[in-house]
Design a protein around this ligand. Structure first.
Ligand code: PLP
Ligand code: ZN
Length: 354
C-alpha cells in the first residue's frame, strides 16, 4: 500500500509534497491546514478495530492496542433510535486514540524521537499512550486549569507535563519545540480527521447510515471525520444519502456558532465542557461549509444542561466526561423540532479520569 503515491496537499495554495518524505503540521507556503491525498477503496480487512479500514487510510500502523471497534448501543428514546457509539471505551479513554494511533506511528516511522503537543487533556493522554508504545519521549503543554485526573494520567504514562497559564499559552509554548520534535498539532493534523472517519465506517458496517449525527465541536476533527467517512461511503456508492450533521459547542467558546450566524449568543457558563474550548479552530471554514452543505446547525449548551444530560446518560450506564454529555444536552433542546428517526451520538471521552 505504501508504494502508492501519498501526498500532503494544500487546498488553498496548491502546495504538494510527498507524505513520507517530510512532515508538515501546516502548509509551509500559506499556513493553511493540509490534507492528505491517496488512493482509497472500501475493502474492510478481517479482524477488529481500525485495522479493518486500512484500505481507506494512508497507513497501517504496526501496533494495535484495541483502538476502534467501539460498541454501538441502540436505545429507543422518544420514539427514535439513538445510536450511542461508545468512543470513551478506546484504549486511552477517548476517540482521540483513532487519530493518535496514526499520527504517532507516522512520527515513529519518519524517525522522530520526541513528540510534543498542546492540549486541554484527552489528546495529551492519547498521544502519551501511543508515544509510550513506540518508545518516543513526550512533552505535553496543558493549561493549569485542565482536569487534575487528565494531568495525572499523562504523567503516569511517562510524559513530561508543562503547565501553562491558559490554553492559548500552551499553543504558543509548544511552537518553541517544533523544529526538533514531532509536533502532533491535532487541531490541524488531518490524520485526526481520517482517524475519526473510521467511526463512520464502523457505524455503516454495523447499522447503516443514521438520519442525523450530533457531535461536539472543539477543533472540529471529530465532526469533519464523521462527515468525511460518510462522504467517502457516498462517493463509493455504499450509501445512497448523507446524514444531516449537527455540531455542539458551549456558550463560553462558540467560534463555529458565531461564524455561522454572524453573532455570539449569550448563555450560562459552559466551563464543564473543557474538551471543546477551542477558540480558533484551524479548519473553521471547512466546518462551516459542511454544516451548510448538510443542512446542519450548531446548538449551544451550558453547565446545567450538561449536568442534566450527564445524569441521564449515567441512567443508561454510560460513564462519560461532561464534554461528551453535550450531545445529549443538545438533543434535549431540539428533540421537539426534528424529524429524524435514527440519530448517531458519539460519546467521546471517559468519565473515569475526572
Ligand atoms: C471528550 C471530547 N469530546 C469532544 C472533543 C472535540 O473534538 P474535536 O477537537 O475533534 O472537535 C474533544 C476534544 O478534545 C474531547 O476531548
Ligand atoms: Zn498553502
Amino acid at each position: 500500500m505504501s508504494k502508492l503515491k501519498i501526498e500532503w496537499i494544500c487546498r488553498n495554495c496548491g502546495f504538494r509534497s510527498d507524505f513520507w518524505s517530510r512532515y508538515y503540521w501546516r502548509c509551509p507556503i500559506c499556513g493553511s491546514p493540509l490534507e492528505i491525498e491517496y488512493k482509497k477503496s472500501f475493502e474492510p480487512e478481517s479482524g477488529r478495530g481500525m485495522i479493518r479500514y486500512s484500505s481507506m487510510l494512508p497507513m497501517k500502523p504496526e501496533k494495535n492496542i484495541g483502538e476502534g471497534d467501539t460498541p454501538l448501543i441502540i436505545e429507543n428514546i422518544d420514539g427514535r433510535k439513538i445510536l450511542f457509539k461508545l468512543e470513551y471505551l478506546n484504549p486511552g479513554g477517548s476517540f482521540k486514540d483513532r487519530g493518535s494511533s496514526l499520527a504517532v506511528y507516522y512520527a515513529y516511522k519518519t524517525g522522530y524521537k520526541t513528540v510534543v503537543e498542546d492540549t486541554s487533556g484527552n489528546t495529551g493522554i492519547s498521544v502519551s499512550l501511543y508515544s509510550r508504545i513506540y518508545g518516543l519521549k513526550t512533552k505535553i503543554f496543558m493549561p493549569k486549569t485542565a482536569p487534575e485526573g487528565k494531568k495525572r494520567l499523562v504523567k503516569k504514562l511517562g510524559a513530561e507535563v508543562v503547565e501553562t497559564e491558559d490554553r492559548a499559552r500552551a499553543s504558543e509554548e509548544v511552537l518553541k519545540y517544533v523544529s526538533e520534535s514531532f509536533y502532533v498539532a491535532h487541531t490541524w493534523n488531518y490524520l485526526y480527521v481520517l482517524g475519526a472517519s473510521t467511526i463512520s465506517y464502523e457505524v455503516y458496517e454495523e447499522y447503516g447510515p443514521p438520519d442525523l449525527v450530533i457531535t461536539p465541536i472543539g477543533s472540529g476533527g471529530l465532526f469533519l471525520g464523521l462527515v468525511k467517512g460518510f462522504e467517502e461511503l457516498y462517493k463509493l456508492g455504499r450509501i445512497s444519502r448523507m446524514p444531516r450533521f449537527i455540531g455542539v459547542q458551549g456558550y463560553n467558546v462558540q467560534p463555529v456558532y458565531e461564524a455561522l450566524k454572524g453573532y455570539k449568543e449569550a448563555g450560562e457558563d459552559s466551563s464543564l465542557a473543557d474538551g471543546i474550548m477551542v477558540r480558533n479552530p484551524p479548519r473553521l471554514q471547512e466546518i462551516i461549509e459542511k454544516i451548510r452543505l448538510y443542512n446542519g446547525e450548531v446548538i449551544l449548551v451550558g453547565n446545567s444542561e450538561i449536568e442534566k444530560a450527564l445524569e441521564r446518560l449515567l441512567d443508561l450506564g454510560f460513564i462519560i466526561e461532561p464534554t461528551s454529555a453535550t450531545v445529549y444536552a443538545a438533543y434535549e433542546k431540539i428533540k421537539n423540532k426534528i424529524d429524524e428517526k435514527t440519530i448517531l451520538m458519539p460519546l467521546t471521552g471517559s468519565g473515569l479520569k475526572i
